[in-house]
Write a protein that binds this ligand. Structure first.
Ligand SMILES: NC(=O)c1ccc[n+]([C@@H]2O[C@H](COP(=O)([O-])OP(=O)(O)OC[C@H]3O[C@@H](n4cnc5c(N)ncnc54)[C@H](O)[C@@H]3O)[C@@H](O)[C@H]2O)c1
Ligand SMILES: [Fe+2]
Length: 293
């Protein structure tokens, strides 16, 4: 009986998703595309941004040219770089304070899935100041426009730059869960392969397999559509053809670019078609042991 209710719920949900205002981020893509981002932010009349990143990114100075670009456009920026892998609610609250204290008008996430999801969490808290992150757990609890969200992924895995999900952890209970809402889909994403050339092989491998899992789980899921199946197939093909090369020869820009595209397409696929049991187990393991998933 329980199974019947679950299937009924999924069926109703699937029908409902056809009515939702799905959108995709506006893309800047290709080598050096990051250079265009400061001008784009300026054109939107945004005078100050919060940048959410982590210590790994700041330590290799990956953002330096971008920060110079912001300065050249007279855009103020405030950097939150304490995001941990599997970002916590505490991360989101700290970054939110920085956003509010400096009257920021937009959020740039610079890094892998962890900074991107932390940034989405901050955006959700700005949009819904009276709701806590735990209160926004699950489906469609935000339902309000976020400040402009700019994603600069530096791993090729999570696809968070395309998805409606923000995966967060509770550092006290070790619970890990997702906020899922159309309004969390980022407004802009930069796919610049130059940002991933120095991604170490073990992170290249783990994040690439994350993207592969998204594509496969979306493909076999019950909520897939013709578009999500096409995106999944394309992502799987690109990953099979490029992941080993990106892993063993990190400076191969074609392989890096193809992996970025694959992660993005897998994100587009699973944001509509969901992931499945692998991720259900992975989130639990990630919450307790901080393992890559
Ligand atoms: N929102 C979604 O749709 C979604 C989907 C899948 C996973 N996730 C979540 O994303 C998080 C994992 O993200 P991730 O796998 O991208 O890893 P991550 O963001 O946690 O980064 C892992 C490590 O790689 C380093 N790093 C990142 N880019 C680098 C670069 N270019 N060069 C050198 N080092 C670099 C970081 O500093 C960090 O130490 C998890 O919390 C996971 O649950 C979210
Ligand atoms: Fe994942």
């Amino acid at each position: 009986m329980y199974r019947f209710y679950c299937r009924l719920y999924q069926w109703v949900l699937k029908l409902g998703t056809f009515l939702l205002p799905w959108r995709k981020p506006e893309l800047l893509s290709g080598e050096e595309s990051l250079k265009k981002l400061p001008k784009l932010i300026n054109n939107l009349k945004i005078e100050s941004v919060l940048i959410v990143t982590d210590k790994g990114i700041t330590s290799i100075k990956l953002m330096d040219a971008f920060l110079q670009g912001l300065q050249d456009e007279n855009i103020n920026f405030f950097i939150y770089d304490k995001t941990v892998p599997n970002p916590t609610i505490d991360n989101i609250e700290e970054a939110l304070q920085m956003y509010k204290a400096n009257q920021c008008q937009g959020i740039v996430a610079f890094g892998g899935g962890s900074p991107m999801d932390c940034a989405k969490g901050v955006g959700a808290r700005v949009a819904k100041p009276r709701k806590t992150i735990p209160q926004m757990k699950g489906l469609f609890k935000v339902m309000k426009k976020l400040p402009p969200l700019f994603m600069v992924p530096t791993t090729a895995g999570t696809g968070s730059e395309a998805t409606l999900a923000a995966v967060v952890s509770n550092s006290e209970t070790h619970e890990k869960y997702a906020l899922m809402d159309i309004s969390l889909i980022p407004h802009y994403a930069v796919l610049d392969p130059l940002l991933t050339v120095n991604l170490p092989p073990h992170i290249t491998a783990a994040t690439g397999i994350d993207a592969l899992t998204h594509a496969v789980e979306a493909y076999i899921g019950k909520s897939n559509t013709r578009e999500t199946r096409e995106c999944s197939k394309e992502a799987v093909k690109l990953i099979f053809e490029n992941l080993f090369e990106a892993y063993s020869n990190g400076s191969n820009l074609t392989a890096r670019k193809n992996m970025q595209t694959a992660a993005y397409l897998a994100g587009i696929a699973f944001t509509r078609a969901y992931v499945g049991n692998v991720h259900a187990i992975a989130h639990t393991l990630g919450g307790f042991y901080s393992v890559p998933q």
